[in-house]
Design a protein around this ligand. Structure first.
Ligand SMILES: [Zn+2]
Ligand SMILES: [Zn+2]
Length: 130
């Protein structure tokens, strides 16, 4: 898969049996649709703010500059209601989510004590080892 930020081929790393794509150049991470819930052990009815924002069409802000690495459609910026809020990119055809390296840092910091935060810390750890 090609990084939507710098057009480099991304690395595939396996985390709890789920394959995720990591860009070795910009340190961004691509998650296929449903992988975030899978990795975090959450289901669709979870009250985790992060997961709710992904389902909530009202969290969509605007069309971004990056294109989905699967279908090449312009991705939608989605605001995740953390403190401070974090904006991530989502494919309009639900192929998945894109996290900039800095965005991942912010989410890890804000969600440190949640299940999602724990899982993001695992990604982050894998990130720093490569
Ligand atoms: Zn990249
Ligand atoms: Zn797509």
């Amino acid at each position: 898969m090609i990084c939507p930020e710098c057009n480099e081929e991304m690395l595939v790393i396996e985390l709890d049996g789920v394959e995720i794509d990591l860009c070795d150049t910009c340190r961004g991470v691509w998650l296929d649709e449903g992988e975030i819930e899978l990795l975090a052990g959450l289901d669709e009815s979870s009250d985790e703010p992060f997961v709710k924002a992904l389902r909530d069409r009202g969290a969509e802000k605007r069309t971004g500059n990056r294109k989905c690495p699967v279908c090449s459609k312009a991705m939608i910026i989605v605001e995740v209601p953390l403190d401070p809020p974090v904006e991530i990119d989502r494919c309009p055809a639900n192929h998945g989510l894109w996290f900039d390296h800095g965005e991942l840092d912010a989410v890890v910091a804000a969600a440190k004590n949640t299940e999602v935060g724990g899982f993001l810390n695992k990604i982050f750890g894998a990130d720093t080892q490569t």
